[in-house]
Structures are given as C-alpha cells and as structure tokens.
Design a protein around this ligand. Structure first.
Ligand SMILES: [Zn+2]
Length: 333
C-alpha cells in the first residue's frame, strides 16, 4: 500500500466476483465521518492478464457508464481468465452530478494525474488509480465521449507504443474495438511522460492503454452504445481475458491524427457549416459566430486551415472566446 487514504471493500487477490466500493474519506459539515463511495467490481479466475476498464473519468460521458454497468451484472468469474477490475464512475462526484468535473472540488480527473493522496477528492482518486490500481494491471481502457460540449463519432485513441510488443498489441486492440475511426497520438506517452491524463498515468506504469471517444453532447446515442458494448467485449477478448467470446468480422478503422482545432475568438452564437465525419478543405468556411446582442453587427466567419475530416464538433450553440468548435483529423501517413 502507498500512503493513500482510500480503502476498499474488495480483495484484489481473491478468486470469484466481488462488488463493493472504494471508500474515500470526505468530512464535511453535514457528515463528520462521511465518505465518497466509488463503485468497484472485481472478477478473478486463475492466472491471466489483469485489465482495468473505466468509465466516468468525466462524469457527463455516458455510453461506457451504461456498457460497464451491464458488464458488471452480466459477467461471472467463469467467463474470464485472469482479473478484471471495473470502475463505472471513476470520478464519482462528477459522474453522480452528470458533470465533466467534480462539483466538490472542481477537479477534472483526466487532468489530475499523478494525483495527491492528501489532496482534494479528485486528486486522491487520481493517486489511487495511478499508484494502487495501475501497478497491478497489464491493460487499461479508459472510455470517454465528447461530454456535454463536444460530439465525436466512435473513435479509438491510442499511442504508437514504446516496445515492439506494445506497438503490435495496440494495433490488434484497435482492430478488435472496430470503431470507424482511430485517433493516433504519434508522440508522447511512455514511462517518462508528465501527462496529467489517465493515459499518461498508464504510460508511467508501463501498462498497455487505449481510450475511446464515444459520442457526447450530454446524451446517449443508441447506435454508439451498441458499438461500445461490442467493442469492450472485443477488447477484453483481444487482451486474453474473455477466452470464449467469439468476435464477428471487423468493419475496419480509419486512422487519423489531429490536423487542426478550430477555436472561437469571439463570444456569440455559433452556426456550424460542417458536421462530424464531413471532409473539409483548407479555406472552407467552418461556420459563423453571430451577435444577437448587436444584431446589426456582421457575423464573424471562421475558416478551416487544413484539409481533413471533421472528427469532433461543439454541441451547445452559445460559444465563448477560447471554445473548441471543431477538431479536424488527417489520415495517418
Ligand atoms: Zn472525457
């Protein structure tokens, strides 16, 4: 054990299926010895890989919260080989409130690694994941969506890998997840990374890791949920944890890197001229920001600076200076 203050109902070494909570002390006015209870399910069956799957890193990203909740109810230890650790609401206060960040401390879990055992609740959760859970893992899959402000088509996220085995395995996992798109990070990661993300934490611990962006906009997409449920089982099978699962034929994945982020430099109401998965060219109008406060003022046009495919799009119409409006992906060379 490190100096974490988080305790656990579950014994990570025990065979079988255990359902319980991580206990994070949270002493407040209305509850002197209160705790934040973070749900956790652990399944173990003999020797095999240890896999951590996580939703609710951002609390307003829902497809994987549903998919992993179903998995918690559906899987028994006899279905797996090795150990599966499931967190359905990793930043519990944020997920319970349906917010990206924690309403308790404002913390964005995916910018809080490596965390601090004596810090805010979000920092303490980050520390527990990085120092208690990841060191025992072989694989870590962290599921996201665009949250309330963005929408992505189903997209697998991965690095390039830092060993020949990791490179090969990441390609196999990408093919297994079978999202239509992959966003490939061509640099960073590895044991020396200082990234504040969960992916960075996994890199520091030498854990093979991937993420996914699965819809967003603060709602649940039925087709993306179905792809998420299928994809998670296929990832677990590929990792060697679900030996009897029989994956059907893959549809194929288009690999992209981010060519451009279109940012608002004005505050107003954004009229998009493109949608996700649309091919755009340098110089095309990305949209216009309108100023209903001064309706006689001409709208401010924004232009794409690169050729590529729209990978994500802002959902709320109201925009402020600095908001991300689009990300454009270019095919990985
Ligand atoms: Zn997220």
């Amino acid at each position: 054990m490190t100096n974490t203050l988080v305790s656990s109902d579950v014994n990570f070494e025990a065979e079988g299926k255990q359902c319980g909570y991580l206990h994070l002390p949270h002493s407040v006015h209305r509850s002197a010895y209160g705790k934040i209870l973070i749900p956790i399910v652990v399944l173990k069956n003999g020797d095999g890989p240890t896999v951590l799957v996580m939703a609710g890193n951002h609390g307003d990203e829902y497809e994987a919260q549903i998919a992993l909740t179903k998995l918690c109810r559906e899987l028994g230890p006899e279905d797996i080989r090795g150990r599966l650790i499931i967190l359905t609401m990793a930043n519990f206060p944020a997920a319970h409130a349906g917010l990206r960040t924690s309403p308790i401390d404002g913390g964005n879990l995916n910018r809080s690694f490596p965390g601090d055992p004596a810090g805010s609740p979000t920092q303490a959760i980050a520390h527990y994941i990085e120092e208690e859970l990841l060191p025992v893992c072989d694989y870590f899959f962290d599921f996201h969506s665009g949250g309330s402000s963005l929408f992505y088509p189903p997209t697998f996220l991965r690095g390039m890998g830092h060993t020949p085995f990791e490179k090969q395995k990441l390609l196999e996992l990408q093919e297994a997840f079978d999202a239509p798109y992959a966003w490939v990070f061509t640099s960073g990661g590895g044991r020396t990374t200082t990234a504040r993300t969960a992916m960075g934490a996994a890199g520091r611990k030498g854990v093979i890791t991937a993420m996914a962006e699965l819809g967003g906009g603060g709602f649940v997409s039925r087709d993306i949920l179905a792809l998420t449920e299928r994809g998670i089982k296929r990832l677990l099978h590929c990792a060697g944890l679900l030996p009897s699962y029989l994956p059907d034929a893959a549809h194929g994945t288009r690999e992209l890197t981010i060519a451009e982020t279109v940012t608002a430099y004005d505050s107003g109401v954004f009229e998009p001229f493109a949608d996700v998965q649309e091919e755009v060219r340098k110089g095309d109008t990305a949209g216009e920001i309108h100023f209903p406060e001064d309706p006689w003022r001409a709208p401010k046009a924004l232009y794409f600076q690169e050729d590529g495919m729209v990978l994500c799009k802002r959902i709320p119409g109201r925009v402020e200076r600095g908001d991300c409006l689009f990300q454009v992906g270019r095919d990985l060379k």
